[in-house]
Design a protein around this ligand. Structure first.
Ligand SMILES: [Zn+2]
Length: 261
């Protein structure tokens, strides 16, 4: 009961800040359409501000409807296979945790990276969706974490990891305990490796941001293996986030590469 009351307080408190929320740091959105002097238009996951209406909320969000390479997608639509060489260089360190009105996000200091094809993308932040955004054969997972990386030129690489219910995840506990009933920023120490499966085989495709402005050109990777969170953690995170998953988008004959078994 105590947790439910806390969650309601969180919801009302965060509703105020939702309009000013920006999903990722501004330096990664240099190529997004210019914003009005009033900042980004309000959007949400429900009703008139929900995913089906994002493109109508602002001219800046037109790609949410016009784009042909949108995310998330159903990972069952695999049409190629091969092993992607995704190399991660993650170390524990200080993070700043915030609830930005759409998600709980941990912002990292510089110094961690993902590399593909000898190209380096710096880890900027990780954040959560409940339920998952990527699905398998229409089946969602209770939680998805997104690790957002960018090159100096602003090209994005996102790594998604899907959760199943099972053992508790220590890093998720760290994040939820540090934030408590606040919306931050709150400083703590986090080991991003604790939110990765041991096997880093990944699905790969080209997609978009899953939130407005839905910008395309995002190098998407979703781990084939899952990690776990306890039933209590799943409930706790869902009470903070609510439903914050964009529905799956059409494949449009994109290349979706699956790891070789
Ligand atoms: Zn995300």
């Amino acid at each position: 009961m105590k947790r439910e009351i806390t969650a309601i307080l969180l919801s009302s408190m965060f509703a105020v800040s939702a309009c000013s929320a920006i999903g990722i740091p501004s330096r990664t959105t240099q190529h997004a359409p210019s914003k009005s002097s009033h900042g980004a238009a309000h959007w949400s996951y429900q009703d008139e501000d929900g995913p089906a209406h994002w493109a109508t909320l602002s001219a800046d969000y037109h790609m949410c409807a016009a784009g042909a390479m949108q995310s998330p997608i159903d990972l069952a639509g695999v049409n190629a296979s091969g092993d992607v060489s995704l190399k991660l260089d993650y170390t524990p360190g200080d993070v700043s945790i915030v609830y930005n009105g759409h998600t709980v996000q941990a912002n990292f200091e510089p110094g961690r990276a993902a590399a593909i094809d000898h190209r380096n993308f710096e880890l900027l932040q990780l954040h959560f969706h409940t339920p998952s955004e990527h699905v398998k054969s229409a089946k969602p997972f209770p939680i998805e974490v997104h690790f957002v990386h960018a090159t100096g030129a602003g090209e994005l690489l996102v790594l998604g990891v899907l959760f199943v219910e099972g053992e508790a995840n220590a890093e998720l506990t760290t994040i939820l305990d540090a934030l408590g009933t606040r919306h931050g920023p709150v400083k703590t120490t986090l080991d991003p490796n604790g939110l990765l499966p041991h096997d880093l085989s990944v699905f790969r495709y080209m997609g978009s941001l899953t939130t407005p402005p839905c910008s395309e050109g995002v190098n998407w990777h979703v781990a084939k293996s899952h990690i776990s969170a306890s039933a209590e953690q799943i409930v706790q995170l869902h009470q903070v986030l609510g439903e914050n998953a964009r529905p799956v988008q059409p494949h449009n004959n994109r290349l979706l590469l699956a790891p070789v078994d």
